[in-house]
Design a protein around this ligand. Structure first.
Ligand SMILES: [Zn+2]
Length: 140
């Protein structure tokens, strides 16, 4: 499935991850790949001004997958408050799934579900159900 994905300019933010083909609902797409690093290293990288963009995906409180250098096209997944994809996380892997039927040419999105306790990040998803922030303020 990874070969049918491509990065293109997105109306949400810079580059996005798009599917060249239609995807059935509830199907596995691919793993979010990258370097497995500690959470301390991830925090340092996230605030490093010399890095263009942040591609860290947190597995849990201790470990993070960083797609910055070793990631695949899924590192361009943008956030949406009404996403068409979701993910399943184990200690080692982040598996991306569709959560609805997706038409060919569509941008794939997930809910970043940022912690409500970190700095609020305005959301640009533009969907009707946009909650205004990427942070999930309903999460206690
Ligand atoms: Zn939104």
């Amino acid at each position: 499935m990874i070969d049918t994905l491509e990065s293109k300019e997105s109306s949400i933010d810079r580059l996005g991850c798009f599917s060249k083909v239609a995807i059935a609902g509830n199907s596995y797409i691919a793993d979010y790949e990258g370097e497995r690093i500690s959470s301390d290293e991830a925090v340092a990288r996230e605030s490093d001004p010399h890095r263009e963009g942040v591609y860290t995906f947190w597995l849990n409180d201790e470990f993070v997958i960083d797609g910055y250098e070793k990631g695949n096209v899924l590192k361009y997944l943008n956030h949406s408050c009404t996403p068409n994809c979701t993910y399943a996380i184990t200690n080692e892997r982040i598996m991306i799934y569709s959560c609805q039927e997706i038409a060919a040419g569509s941008e794939l999105t997930i809910d970043y579900d940022y912690d409500p306790d970190i700095d609020l990040e305005p959301c640009l998803c533009g969907t009707e159900q946009c909650r205004g922030f990427i942070n999930n303020l309903t999460r206690a």
